[in-house]
Ligand binder design. Structure first.
Ligand code: AP5
Ligand code: MG
Length: 208
């Protein structure tokens, strides 16, 4: 299977991608995670990408397209892959379809108010990158269940940046919903249930 997970920031793409990739033994390719790894390693690409990501802007298409094209040639993608956060512009989607076929694009939809609440609660493990949702009213510190590291907020999860990311999504990424619909590849899923409810809806679609 060659899949795309579409949806606004905070829709639960990363959360669901982990479940889908495990169930169907697919390589999980998150362009956001790849860029954050470049930032952590202070590579030239990471240094260039950091200010764009922190301000909620997209990284230029030519950088992202080359990164994904290389990534899907790796041996772990031979059994199929799941793209999380790519494509994000029409140009990226047209490039992708030039170098790979795609079986299905699943779009997870969640209302903006719910997204803003989720982003305020999101904490990530700086070591193993696991994502959590915490009680923001608690004075406690939070630690990763897998490795014990203290959880942190993402630099682009500040409320103002989240609002801008939603605008960028509406202007540049939302048009992909029609793009894939016109190609007969689109499936839409309501992302407002529990994590397991959303996962079950996606599995049902993929097993059709
Ligand atoms: P990226 O990392 O891809 O961010 P995003 O698309 O904005 O999406 P998020 O990762 O914020 O959210 P998500 O949908 O994965 O939700 P999650 O599962 O974490 O990209 C970051 C930046 O990199 C971009 O802004 C851009 O600058 C750059 N970039 C990346 N790809 C690019 C590209 N292709 N082109 C150009 N630039 C690119 O869930 C969110 C929270 O909600 C978590 O706390 C989670 O625990 C919780 N949650 C999940 N599901 C549920 C549920 N069902 N109920 C309640 N809470 C839930
Ligand atoms: Mg994500």
């Amino acid at each position: 299977m060659k899949l795309i997970l579409l949806g606004p920031p905070g829709a639960g793409k990363g959360t669901q991608a982990a479940k889908i990739a495990e169930r169907y033994s697919l390589a999980h390719i998150s362009t956001g995670d790849m860029l954050r790894a470049e930032i952590a390693s202070k590579t030239p690409l990471g240094i260039k990408a950091k200010s764009l990501i922190d301000s909620g802007e997209l990284v230029p298409d030519e950088i992202i397209v080359g990164m994904v094209q290389n990534r899907i040639q790796q041996p772990d993608c031979q059994n199929g892959f799941l793209l999380d956060g790519f494509p994000r512009t029409i140009a990226q989607a047209e490039n992708l379809l030039g170098f790979s076929d795609i079986d299905c694009a699943v779009c997870i939809t969640v209302p903006d108010e719910e997204i803003i609440d989720r982003m305020a609660r999101r904490r990530v493990c700086p070591v193993c990158k696991n994502t959590y949702s915490v009680d923001v009213n608690s004075a406690e510190h939070f630690f990763c269940e897998a490795c014990g590291a203290e959880l942190v907020a993402r630099d682009d999860d500040k409320p103002e940046t989240v609002k801008h990311r939603l605008d960028v999504y509406a202007a540049q990424t939302f048009p992909l919903v029609n793009f894939f619909r016109e190609k007969g590849l689109l499936e839409e899923v309501c992302g407002s249930g529990t994590v397991d409810e959303v996962a079950q809806s996606i599995f049902k679609i993929l097993e059709k």
